[in-house]
Design a protein around this ligand. Structure first.
Ligand code: PXL
Length: 279
C-alpha cells in the first residue's frame, strides 16, 4: 500500500514550532506523505514574539493549485490551518473544490485564536471568511475560542464545564449534523480532551488525557496533525482523537519538565517515534 497523501495548507514559521514545522514531521512519522502549500513564511509565529517577518505567499496559491492539477496529483486528505489573509481563505476553498473527490478527508482547523481572544493578525472580516471556509470541511477542530467565533457567540457563553455542555457545543458546530467536529480544550478533573461529534454515526464521544501543567504554543496544531494522521490510518474519529489527546498530553508533560519557554512550543521531536506504525 502506498502512503496516503495529504495536502497541507498552513504557514511556515521558522522558529517557535507551529503549523508546518509540526504538521510535516507528525504526518511523516505516521506514514502519511505530506505535500505542503505554505501560505506565508514567518521568522516566528505571532504568539509571544514581536517584530516577526511575514512573507505573504498568497500569489503562489493559485499557480501551485494549477500545477498540481496539471501533474494529476490526487489527495487522500486536505488539511488546512492558520491563514494570513482573507484572500488565502478563498483560494483555499478553491483548492478544496479542485481536489475534493469521493473519500477525500477535508480537515479545516479554524485557527483564529486562543484563551478567549483572536490572534492579533485576525480581523473580524478574516474570522467571517474562516467561518465560510469551514463550510467546505468534513471535519473541523476548533478550540473554545474558535468555537465562539464560529458561532458568533460571546466567549463566556460557550462554557465547557460539564460533559453535556461539551456535547451540546460540539453538535452546535456541526451545521445540523452535516460535518464532524472535534472540539478541543474540554477539561475535567486533572484531564483535558476533546468532544468528538461524528457526523456519520450522529454521535458525540468525549476523549480525555492527563492535563499537564503549563500552556505551550502549537498544541492545537500538534493535536490536529495527529488526528488527521490517525484518520488517514483509517481509525475511527473517536480513536483518532484519543491518540491525538494522548500524544499531545505526553509532549506537554515532557516539555514542562524541560523548562522550555512556552513560545518555543512543544518539545515533541524526542517523542515522535511513538507515532510510528509499522506496516
Ligand atoms: O499555532 C497557531 C499559529 C500558527 N501560525 C502562526 C501563528 C499561530 C498562533 O499564534 O501565529 C503564524
Amino acid at each position: 500500500m502506498p502512503a496516503p497523501r495529504a495536502a497541507a495548507i498552513h504557514d511556515l514559521s521558522g522558529f517557535g514550532r507551529c503549523s508546518l514545522t509540526i504538521v510535516i514531521p507528525a504526518l511523516s512519522a505516521m506514514g502519511v506523505q505530506c505535500c505542503p502549500l505554505p501560505t506565508a513564511y514567518l521568522s516566528t509565529h505571532t504568539g509571544g514574539f514581536t517584530g516577526n517577518t511575514f512573507l505573504d505567499m498568497t500569489d503562489q496559491m493559485a499557480p501551485v493549485t494549477r500545477h498540481w492539477q496539471d501533474c494529476g496529483v490526487a489527495f487522500d486528505a486536505i488539511y488546512t490551518g492558520f491563514m494570513g489573509s482573507r484572500d488565502q481563505m478563498d483560494l483555499t476553498a478553491d483548492f478544496i473544490r479542485t481536489f475534493r473527490r469521493p473519500g477525500c478527508l477535508v480537515v479545516v482547523d479554524p485557527v483564529m485564536g486562543d484563551h478567549g481572544r483572536a490572534y492579533r493578525t485576525y480581523t473580524p472580516e478574516m474570522c467571517r471568511a474562516m467561518s465560510r471556509l469551514t463550510e467546505s470541511a468534513g471535519l473541523i477542530t476548533p478550540n473554545r475560542t474558535e468555537a465562539a467565533l464560529l458561532l458568533e457567540r460571546d466567549y463566556d457563553s460557550v462554557r465547557l464545564d460539564t460533559p453535556e455542555d461539551c456535547r451540546r457545543w460540539a453538535e452546535a458546530l456541526s451545521l445540523d449534523g452535516r460535518r464532524s467536529v472535534v472540539l478541543t480544550g474540554i477539561n475535567g478533573d486533572g484531564v483535558t480532551g476533546a468532544a468528538c461529534f461524528d457526523h456519520t454515526a450522529g454521535k458525540t464521544h468525549l476523549v480525555y488525557a492527563p492535563l499537564a501543567p503549563g500552556q505551550f504554543h502549537g498544541t492545537g496544531d500538534l493535536f490536529a496533525s495527529v488526528l488527521t494522521g490517525a484518520l488517514l490510518q483509517k481509525r475511527s474519529l473517536r480513536d483518532a482523537a484519543q491518540t491525538a489527546a494522548d500524544f499531545t498530553s505526553l509532549c506537554a508533560a515532557h516539555t514542562g519538565k524541560e523548562n522550555i519557554p512556552s513560545r518555543e512550543g512543544l518539545d515533541f521531536e524526542p517523542l515522535l517515534w511513538r507515532l510510528q506504525k509499522m506496516p
